[in-house]
Structures are given as C-alpha cells and as structure tokens.
Ligand binder design. Structure first.
Ligand code: BG6
Length: 491
C-alpha cells in the first residue's frame, strides 16, 4: 500500500472533483488500495461544513461511482476520512488554519505528515495557492528525494495557454518545488489502453521489428467525441480543441506510439524517450499551417452558453504531423479530434505498407484491390486491439477479402477496466511519476503547438469550416491525407 498521507483537494466543490476525483478515491477505498492511514481535506473558497459536504459527495457518488448501487458500508468508512476547510486562496489566516488542521489530522489519522495537494482549480489560481501554501510552511521543497514527510503537488491541465505561459507556470512551480514533487496529470496516460501501447510494443517480439518507416505507411490517431461542450462553454471558448485535446492527450499518445525503446520502465527513462519524440516534431509555422491543419466548428456552437458570438474557437481539428527521426522519416502521423461528431471513438491505427507486387491480380476482381494491413489500438470504447489482413475467400477462384483478428479487453480479462484517475492518484501516492507529464515535454509540446495556434488565431491559419452536429467533421479534412492518396478511417 502507498505511504500514509493527507490529500488536500483545492476546488473540492467543482465538476472534476464530483465526476472524477471522489469517484476514483472512493473506488480505491472500496478496493482497499488507499493507504491504511489516509484523510482528505476538501478545500473551497465557499464556506464548507463537514456533514453537508459529505452528503454532497455521497450524492455525486450515487451518480458517478464506478460500482453501482453505492456500497453503503464502504461509503460509511470513506465518509469518515473527509474533512473540510475553506477560505480565500490569498488569505493567510485560512492557510494557517489549514496548517493546524493538517497537524491535527496527522495525529488523529497517523498520516506521518505526508501531504498531497491536488489543484482541481483553474490554472490562473495555481501561483497564489502555491504561494499561500509555501508562506504557511505547508509546501516544502524536497532537496533529497525520498525524504519523509513528503509534500507533492498534482496539477491539472491546461499547463499554460501557450509556450510563454507554460514556461511561466513551470517557473512558479520550480521556484517552490523540485520537479520530482510535481505531478502533472494527463488523464489519457492513466487509461489502461494507453498504458498498453508500451506493453504491446515492448512485450511482444512480432511487431517491434515492423514498427518503423520501412513497414509503416502512416499512423492515424483519432479522438472523436459525440458530446459537445457540456455546459463548459466559457472555458472551452478560451481553450479550443487544440489546447484541450491535442497539446496534451493526443501528443502523449503519439509519443508512446513513436518513442524508441526506453532503457528501463522507470519514469525518467520513459519520459526521456517521449521527450525525444516531441523534440523531433517537424515545426509547422505561418503560411504552412493550412497545408497541415484543418479546423472546424460544429453548427450551433456559437449559441452555446458562455461562447462568444462570432467565436473562431475550433471544436474540430485534423492535422498532419511529421517526426524527423531515423525511425519515422517519411511516415506522416494524422491526428484528428473533435466534439459533436458521429460517435465516441478514440483509437490509433497503424497502416502498414502494401505488398510489393500484386501476385494475385489474375484471380478475379477482388484481387485487384488488396488492402494494406491495419493494426488498430482501440482506446475507447470497446477497448481492444484489431489486426486486419487479407484472406482467400473460400471457392474455386483466388478471390481475396479482408478479415480482422480482434482482441477485446472485456472478453479477454473478464474484469472491469479501472478509471484513469484511480491509477494516477495511486501512482502519485506511491511517488511514481511514469504516467505524468514532465516539464521539458510540456514545453516541447507547447513549442510545437504555439506557432500553429498563432497562425490559426490570425488569418494565416485559413478558414474555420462549419460541420453539422453528428457528422464526421468538415469534409475539408479529407484533403489532408488525400494529397498523398490516403484516406481517414471511417468514423
Ligand atoms: C478532457 C477535456 O481533458 O478530456 C474534455 O477537457 C474532453 O473536453 C475529455 O471531453 C475527454 O476525455 P475522455 O476520457 O472522455 O476521452
């Protein structure tokens, strides 16, 4: 089990806490995975009171907990670990009281003074909260890793708005803490199927020899959502799909697919290799942007609450990316993400090259159209892995048809797939940073994305295409792969 600790949750009354964090903590508690000595302090700017806040958490769990109906006995035990604190983020008195509470909890719950701060608040509040914690002596820089009691900080994306603000944020964090104390959550890295990309690549001998420019024609990464902005119009309109999904989630997935084998499965070795991928991304700037990036906005977006009339914020993006590395030279990576699309589908497909000659061309019509093999890593829903290949259709003639070998997680392992936040919270309590984004990678990713955003936010980026809700996105996106005779996989 992880070390005893107290988790201080800033933004405890927010959406993320209700939908993801409390359900994840509850599931960990229910499964006996939390530290034996553990407490939560829910911190909010509005006045909170233990009993009514616990009731609020319970109501949230009744909607969002992974196992339903709610396990009442587990809830009773979990509820006892939740306490509250409140005050302004810049109020020294509130942080003094928080300090007293933490000392008191450390005695009552025997948490040994280990403290984990979770910033489920807008990024604009991070500097002030960090300052107030440091001033109250509640957040101390660890000069020797592994020393106890430990203080760790979890922050939620977005890690900045562009390269400059990301650097400023990292500077603030770096002034207060050692990098090893900072855990930047990208919940895609906590998804089982995303973690499995590395296992698939490096625990199996058959695919890795093919995983390069000699055998792969192109790679597609799709994150399609069927939902819209869901009441988050104000936040989303400032963010848009590239900051919301590409700069973090999709680039992380791309890095796992493209990285070299790490020296070990340790956090730094894996993060070093991912960082090399980000460094090798070929920059796309200014007038080149329209050849590499197509953006769209769903019809009706501008009527969403919180969205400005005339907004140019994209809700869809398709991109062609190149990695200038030995392994990937000449292999384009096509990425697309969007809201209000036909269906929810997140997957990576690896499209292999065609066979060198059409040996079967004499045997009837179908033989003319051999389909290259495609390996699909289905991240969600229907988590699994599929490999398509060509096969002879039974009969007198040599007719060929496509078939698929399919592995389905639910079928194969007959156990529920844990939520990303469960794994990530546990890893942070264990001090394992493998699945968290490191400062250099965050800045590299922003370094790639920022010029694209700048071009799109001025006229150099070209048109924003409107697409109907429930569609595959704007038709204009087809041109990206079509230029090289390729097509998007169907949504
Ligand atoms: C979040 C984005 O990070 O990821 C949301 O802010 C998006 O806009 C969500 O809907 C998608 O996550 P998932 O796990 O549903 O694919």
């Amino acid at each position: 089990r992880p070390d005893p600790c107290t988790l201080v949750l800033f933004g405890a009354t927010g959406d993320l806490a209700e939908r993801k964090l409390f359900p994840a903590l509850f599931e960990l508690a229910r499964s006996g995975l939390l530290p034996e000595h553990f407490a939560i302090v829910a911190f909010s700017r509005s006045k909170l009171e233990d009993a009514s806040f616990r009731e609020h958490v319970k109501e949230g769990l009744q909607k969002f907990a992974r196992t339903q109906p709610l396990d009442e006995a587990a809830w009773k035990r979990f509820a006892e670990t939740i306490e509250t604190a409140s005050g302004g983020y810049d109020d020294p008195e509130a942080f003094k009281q928080l300090g007293q509470k933490l000392q008191d909890i450390a005695k009552r719950h025997q948490t040994g003074g280990n403290q984990l701060y979770y910033m489920a608040t807008p990024a604009s509040t991070f500097p002030q909260i960090i300052k107030s914690l440091s001033d109250a002596d509640l957040l101390k820089r660890e000069d020797q890793p592994g020393k106890k009691p430990w203080h760790r900080l979890i922050i939620e994306k977005p890690f900045g708005h562009d390269l400059e603000s990301a650097k400023a944020l990292n500077k603030t964090l770096g002034a207060a803490l050692d990098e090893k104390q900072i855990f930047r959550i990208d919940h895609y890295l906590g998804k089982e199927t995303v973690q499995n990309i590395l296992v698939f690549r490096f625990a199996n001998a058959i695919f890795e020899p093919l995983w390069n420019r000699q055998h792969i024609d192109h790679v597609e990464i799709t994150a399609a959502e069927a939902i819209g902005v869901e009441g988050r119009g104000g936040f989303y309109d400032e963010t848009g799909v590239i900051r919301d999904m590409v700069q973090n989630h999709l680039l992380q997935v791309l890095a796992l697919c493209a990285m070299e084998p790490p020296v070990s499965f340790g956090a730094e070795d894996i993060r070093d290799e991912k960082n090399k991928v980000f460094r090798a991304l070929r920059p796309v700037e200014g007038g080149e942007v329209p050849q590499h990036v197509v953006v769209g906005q769903y019809a009706g977006y501008q009527e969403e609450k919180g969205v400005k009339k005339g907004s140019r914020t994209p809700t869809y993006v398709a991109m062609k990316m190149n990695i200038d590395s030995w392994r990937w030279q000449g292999v384009p990576f096509y990425l697309r993400a969007g809201k209000n699309l036909k269906k929810r589908l997140t997957e990576v497909s690896i499209h292999f090259k065609s066979v060198p000659i059409g040996l079967f061309s004499g045997g009837g019509d179908t033989c003319q159209r051999l389909q290259p093999n495609v390996l699909t890593l289905r991240i969600q829903p229907h988590e699994g892995i599929a490999l398509s290949f060509e096969s002879k259709i039974p009969g007198e003639d040599v007719n060929i048809g496509g078939v698929t070998m399919d592995m389905d997680y639910a079928e194969s392992f007959k156990k529920p797939v844990p939520e990303a936040y469960e794994r990530l919270l546990l890893d942070c309590m264990r001090g394992n940073a493998t699945l968290f984004a490191r400062q250099d990678s965050v800045e590299q990713a922003w370094g790639y994305i920022t010029p694209i955003l700048q071009a799109l936010e001025t006229d150099a980026g070209g048109t924003i295409h409107t697409y109907p809700k429930g569609s595959k996105g704007p038709d204009a996106a087809d041109a990206l792969p079509a230029k090289n005779g390729r097509r998007w996989s169907t949504l």
